[in-house]
Design a protein. Structure first.
Length: 137
């Protein structure tokens, strides 16, 4: 599992497996966000399966799927709400982690300047510089 820590309370990862949720709980993650639509890949676990595994591990689960490089306002708002209301560490995942870190940068739940959000993403291994105009200030 390739978890990339973005801050003390937020990390992103590529697709995780149901059996990895207990390990995430043991690492202090209390919330899991799936940004991957069901059936994007025939081998990926369904959101329902991931929800069940997360709950069994004591982790809150949220399904906020986005696809095709589109980040609708409703998804951005839902992501922000989950991040702002989370009681502990949050892990968001998708196929590679890019959609998840993009949603976080657009949602800006920590109210950071654009340059700081871009720097955090870059330090985690993601180049979001093409989103600068969409990120506002």
């Amino acid at each position: 599992m390739a978890v990339k820590h973005v801050s003390k309370t937020f990390a992103v990862a590529p697709q995780i497996a149901p059996e990895e949720t207990q390990h995430l709980s043991d690492q202090g993650f209390s919330t899991l966000i799936c940004n991957r639509p069901d059936l994007e890949d025939p081998d990926q676990p369904s959101a329902e399966l991931m929800r069940d595994a997360a709950r069994e591990a004591g982790i809150e689960f949220h399904f906020i799927p986005v696809a095709g490089g589109e980040f609708p306002g409703g998804a951005v708002s839902a992501f922000r709400k989950v991040r702002e209301e989370a009681a502990g560490k949050v892990l968001a995942y998708c196929r590679t982690g890019t959609r998840s870190i993009t949603l976080d940068a657009l949602a800006n739940p920590e109210h950071l300047a654009v340059d700081e959000r871009l720097a955090r993403a870059r330090e985690a291994g993601y180049d979001l510089s093409g989103l600068r105009d969409r990120m506002g200030e």
